[in-house]
Design a protein around this ligand. Structure first.
Ligand SMILES: NC(=O)c1ccc[n+]([C@@H]2O[C@H](COP(=O)([O-])OP(=O)(O)OC[C@H]3O[C@@H](n4cnc5c(N)ncnc54)[C@H](O)[C@@H]3O)[C@@H](O)[C@H]2O)c1
Length: 261
């Protein structure tokens, strides 16, 4: 068992999760990465150690499998007596599809990982963290938490995660555990880059609707997560923090019926 603070990052092998691993590594934490892609997770561990992590452990995790989540939590607590932070970044995206055309299997796949998987992680760690009386949990919402989107499985799932965040915050607060979420805008992760390359997301359309004329970088989201988990945010729980280069504000502004010259 190692000393120091411990952060668990699901989906830590890529994208926002990977950037979050590197942010906590910079601060010298113990890190546990859980991801279905074990090979890629292993490639993140080495730079995280080099960046200053006290320890980095990669454990297998399939968020779609309740037994795997149970084993992952048990394996984490075997190595570290306590967990200070859990970041739920494991998840899958969805391409645009008309509501009437979506196969229910697509809905099930997205909800199984993004909602049920997050719930299972939050129960497995939440039970132990509330008993220990300390810690911070981050859920992964999205712009679709706030705005309609042609993603009839993904978007309602991200609304559900806002509700889950609020329920957990209300219940866990008295024990000393805070629960918040981030809502990243279009973030240049491997998953997003692949969709841009395949013509499924138009980067110019994103920039046109963003107040700050750039895409969100994974490190931007990691910084917000690190802040929400820090003592500087000790009075903050139950919120969803957009990290979106002002897309929510600008997309609404530009939709208004009269635009000033
Ligand atoms: N990229 C964006 O623009 C964006 C915007 C808003 C929200 N998000 C959310 O951020 C989170 C991370 O997305 P990303 O863009 O970094 O994607 P990503 O694909 O780069 O990373 C996701 C990670 O989750 C892992 N994962 C997938 N299914 C899993 C499972 N069943 N069990 C364990 N691990 C699994 C993947 O292997 C991968 O390492 C997702 O919840 C996504 O919805 C992303």
């Amino acid at each position: 068992m190692s000393g120091g603070k411990t952060a668990v990052v699901t989906g830590g092998a890529s994208g926002i999760g990977e950037a979050t691993v590197m942010r906590f590594a910079d601060a010298g934490w113990n890190i546990v990465i859980g991801d279905i892609n074990a090979d890629r997770a292993a490639t993140v561990a080495e730079p995280a150690r080099a960046a200053g992590a006290t320890s980095v452990t990669v454990l297998p995790l399939d968020l779609a499998d309740a037994a795997s989540v149970t084993d992952f939590a048990a394996g984490t607590y075997d190595r570290h007596g306590r967990v200070d932070v859990v970041v739920n970044s494991g998840g899958i995206l969805q391409n645009g599809i008309r509501f009437n055309d979506m196969p229910v299997e697509e809905f099930d796949a997205v909800w199984t990982v993004n909602v049920r998987g997050t719930l299972l992680i939050n129960q497995a760690f939440g039970r132990r963290m509330t008993k220990a009386g300390t810690g911070s949990i981050i859920n992964m919402c999205s712009l679709t938490t706030y705005r309609a989107s042609p993603q009839p499985a993904y978007a309602p799932a991200k609304v559900a995660l806002k509700s889950m965040t609020e329920t957990m915050a209300a219940e866990f607060g008295a024990s000393g555990v805070r629960v918040n979420a981030v809502a990243p805008g279009y973030t240049l992760t491997p998953a997003m880059q692949a969709r841009i390359d395949a013509g499924q997301r138009d980067p110019q359309a994103i920039l046109d609707k963003s107040a700050i004329k750039r895409l969100v970088q994974p490190a931007d989201v990691a910084e917000a997560i690190f802040f929400l988990c820090s003592d500087a945010a000790s009075a903050i729980t139950g919120v969803v923090l957009p990290v979106d280069c002002g897309w929510l504000a600008r997309s609404a502004y530009t939709s208004y019926a009269s635009q000033p010259d």
